[in-house]
Write a protein that binds this ligand. Structure first.
Ligand code: SPV
Ligand code: MG
Length: 433
């Protein structure tokens, strides 16, 4: 019988290095491609530009490919056990760096299975990661960016979102990666916060900064990033205005708007019951959700309903009643907010909500109950975690410290260690020189 050669690939960017490895594999037998699914990729790196189906279509039409099967895990082990290939072929670049442990596992399993690992020298001058960088420098389109949030929610246990308020903070979300054993940790997308958009302009968070003004900042962020953006739409304003907001956001490639069920002069939720927080009627808010959903052009844009019952001092039951009604009205997800420090109310809400709706995404903003990890939140049923204000809260005290030092010493020398070196700031943004 013909031997089988397993080759795992993402297949987003086709290049001669991949064709070479397929051809080399075909010398040993029929080539079975384990095509990484979004789920397998998303916990480790950014989502591919093309969807799984699009990549499958390309790869299965390459000469020398026998069959394409999904690889649903970053580790090769489950598929190797399932398909029991005679060989697995891989570029020898995995001997060093983050894939080292993956390689060790593969050797162990192939030995157990009586198979063999073929390592071939990596094609010089072509490297997926540098091609990745190329693609990133080209940017993205509003359409691809918009869709990516739904893809991430489907692919990841928890979608990790960080607040941004300008291009620079956007670049942190876009580019920051840390190596955590076999994982490359990164942020999945951005939160355009009304609190930090307002605060960074010296204005209170009361819907005084209008959409047109906030869009100017968003444009800067859109220009230097490719990851999805969730827009904090406050109360959504008047229903008649909200439909224009939806269209504007959608046209710009924003993935979702979250609107909160409050009326009157909006106060930041973290004041809790220290401020007067008036909730809308269920009926009115449902009408607003419906109007927003009818206004959107694509099927991908998301209108997420934010429930303020716990902020306004009401019960979890009240929050659930509203959540169920909002989903019924067409909301693509719910955000449950609380300023309780324990997180118990959020947990109770999530558990009960999940009993009725298995898949409707739950979004949380763990600002006060921030001892709880993403993994724990996920075990309650949470899909999206928003770190809603941390970039601005980090920047302000750092600036005050430096300003204070200058006042104290009548020179900036003493603040040297608090500041990024000039050379680094000059070289921070690609294309500066
Ligand atoms: C924001 O970031 O503006 C929010 C979240 O709406 S919170 O400030 O917690 O209300
Ligand atoms: Mg807000």
């Amino acid at each position: 019988m013909q031997k089988t050669v397993y080759l795992g690939m993402i297949g987003d960017i086709m290049h001669p290095g991949l064709i070479n490895i397929i051809q080399r594999g075909a010398e040993y037998g029929r080539v079975l491609i384990g095509l990484f699914t979004d789920r397998a990729i998303a916990t480790h790196k950014r989502l591919p530009y093309l969807t799984y189906e699009q990549r499958k279509n390309v790869v299965e039409n390459i000469k020398g490919v026998w069959k394409v099967v999904p690889q649903d895990d970053w580790s090769y082990v489950p598929n190797l056990r399932e398909y029991k290939p005679d060989y697995i072929i891989h570029g020898d670049d995995w001997k060093e760096g983050s894939e080292k442990e993956l390689r060790q596992e593969v050797f162990k399993v192939m030995e157990e299975l009586g198979g063999e690992v073929i390592e071939i020298p990596y094609t010089k001058g072509i490297e997926s990661s540098s091609l990745d960088k190329e693609i990133k420098s080209i940017g993205t389109t509003p359409d691809v960016r918009l869709k990516s949030l739904r893809r991430l929610i489907a692919a990841k246990p928890v979608v990790r979102i960080l607040e941004v308020h300008n291009g620079l903070s956007g670049l942190i979300v876009e580019n920051l990666e840390i190596q955590n054993r076999m994982l490359t940790e990164h942020f999945d997308g951005m939160w355009s916060s009304s609190l930090t958009d307002s605060t960074s302009k010296g204005k209170p968070d009361i819907e005084a900064v209008d959409l047109t003004t906030r869009l100017q900042d968003l444009t800067n962020i859109l220009e230097c990033t490719t990851k999805p953006i969730i827009y904090d739409g406050d109360t959504g304003g008047k229903l008649e205005h909200f439909v224009f907001t939806v269209r504007t956001l959608e046209r710009n490639g924003i993935s979702a708007v979250i609107i909160e069920d409050k009326v009157g002069l909006k106060k930041n939720s973290l004041f809790g019951t220290d401020a007067i927080q008036t909730q809308d009627t269920i009926e009115n808010f449902c009408n607003k959700i419906r109007a927003g959903k009818e206004a959107q052009v694509t099927k991908d844009f998301m209108v997420i309903a934010r429930i303020e019952s716990l902020i306004a001092g009401k019960s979890v039951e009240d929050a659930l009643e509203r959540a169920f009604a909002y989903v019924e009205a067409g909301a693509d997800g719910v955000m449950i907010h609380s300023k309780n420090k324990s997180g118990d109310d959020i947990k109770e809400f999530c558990r009960a909500f999940r009993e009725k709706h298995t898949y409707v995404p739950i979004v949380v903003v763990p600002t006060t109950y921030n001892h709880i990890t993403e993994e724990e939140l996920n075990s309650w049923g949470v899909n999206v975690v928003i770190y809603a204000n941390h970039m601005l809260r980090a920047a302000y005290p750092a600036m005050v410290k430096v300003a204070t030092s200058i006042l104290e010493h009548h020179r900036s020398y003493d603040a040297n260690d608090l500041c990024m070196p000039i050379k680094e700031i000059l070289e921070l943004i690609p294309g500066t020189k």
